[in-house]
Design a protein around this ligand. Sequence first.
Ligand code: 6PG
Length: 247
Amino acid sequence: MTVENREIIIFDNIERIADYAIEKWTELSSRAIADKGHFAVALSGGKTPAVFYQKLSERKDLPWSRTHVFMVDERFDPYDSEANNYHMINRTLLCHVTIPANNIHFISTVENTAEDSTLRYEESLRSYAKKAKTQYPLFDLIFLGIGEDGHTASLFPGTPALLETKRLAAAVAPPLDPESERITLTCPVINSAKNIFFMATGGNKAAVIKDVIKNKKSKLPAALFKQDGNRVCFLLDKDSASKLPGK
Ligand code: 6PG
């Protein structure tokens, strides 16, 4: 189904979502490498994508040497903490594939403040964009999750980072847990990605998915990314799609 130019694809479970996402990764990476010699992808944290990362890590045949991996967001927690997104992505995917260390653009959290980490990440985003001679680091593919409050990346409802139009990344104090600071890509960077894939599973997400997809006036962060010369696709399991009309 398509709603406001956004594709909605419903699968039986996360395993099927992962298979589809790997198929698209394979397709888009070979196309990007044919076009420009490398593939740039941005990955989210959270629980939902772990199965996808584990399955993807088995694909040793993929062009990892020409793949650049960026982070969508990060918790301002040390690498070895369970809350650290890079830690999860490294453990489930990156440490199992042969990808050059310089191709992994993680968000460092050893700085004194989340703002310092943000500035450092912006430097790496800018230098990548500079090499590609573009204003934004044009990702070929970006994977986003959706929180029950409608946040995506670490763009939470009503936070100033949502209104950012110049910066490539922002430090965020989540409204419900301001002590657990985050670093996130901003809307202009996310929107400049050629392919935006949302992944969501579970009945606890059904209400917010209905709002994000069906409510034309929704101001929830996950509802902000409508097709703008790129492809926006929601990969949902049956439970998270259960409140969509006709489901
Ligand atoms: C993070 C994510 C965040 C996540 C949603 C959904 O750092 O947590 O980037 O945006 O995608 O919170 O999280 P779950 O997949 O755990 O439900």
